[in-house]
Design a protein around this ligand. Sequence first.
Ligand code: EPU
Length: 340
Amino acid sequence: MYLLQKNFPLKEKNTFGITVLAKDYLSVESETDLPDFFRKNNSAWHQKRLFLGAGSNLLFVSDYKGLVIQPLIMGICLTSENNYEVEVEVGAGVPWDLFVAHCVEKGWHGIENLSLIPGNTGAVPVQNIGAYGVEADSVIKLVKGIDLTTLEKTSFSREACKFEYRSSLFKVQLKEQFMVTSVVFRLSKSPDFKTGYEGLEHKIDQYGKINLQNIRKAIIAIRQSKLPDPAVYGNAGSFFKNPVVPASVAYSLKNSHPELPVYPIGSGVVKLAAGWLIDKAGWKGKSFGKAAVHDKQALVIINKGGASGTEIFRLSELIAEDVLQKFNIHLEREVQIIGA
Ligand code: EPU
């Protein structure tokens, strides 16, 4: 069933907790809802639209004068199983961490390092979420959804999804055109633990032997020690992407700053830590009105309470300008800015 609401308050629908309205807000609970709605509402075709997950990776800088569509399609369904692996189809509206907890309980391996990432499962392939050495595309088999140009159900294999660091076909080429309804994950029944992230093994040791439960506990503890809880301070995780630059640029910067963390990622390019650059530029803990840079992780901007979207956006501009001036590195936002 779908439900259309006018002048809908979005404060509870974005983890920054920004107080804005959507001109129209549509919640959909099944994969037939969206085609039904568009067939019955001609005017909807002329509106700009936004597919909303849990609102954990966007910043509203004004009221949204279009149609916000939120898939609330639920369900976790084991679709195939053999001695080695399982395939599980998960509705776009399922909170991601609920699914991670389910997999850990069932003994299915592959996403334990992605514990506690806020957001709904529908956004997982869009954003190709990643943390602690694991990217979601490593376990995605199929992405299912509705293509709004045809109103038909369409599926994309992993290869067709054009996954990149925090990006995909759905975020770029099919933006505003394709709504994810479910994601099929392929998970292993045997361990292939990824514990290379600095400090992770040590943290796991504190909980006992290495297994799914203890990795999940360790990841949760690490995240909680660095990242603010959106229920306390509104935020959207990393505000910027880690910049990818030519190796020559990275190593010349490392000459002047030997402690700069560098992550070679092949073919002559290197990923830098945006958090380090912002921290080194002196922004950690700094406030700008009711917005601030988190005091434990400089890559995160927080809403101290009652901040406007433009205030947070302005702070991000000041940070990016300063990092450019100090290090000659251009920071790209990971958070999507949603305007009028
Ligand atoms: N650093 C600092 N100061 C800071 C923050 C970081 O010096 O204020 C340094 C750290 O000491 C470390 C390096 O920068 O040497 C990298 O920091 P960290 O390991 O905390 O990870 P990150 O690169 O800042 C990325 C993801 C996070 C993910 C972590 C762990 C991006 C944009 N961010 O952060 O993802 O949780 O790695 O894997 O890729 C998110 O996307 O919302 C997110 C939180």
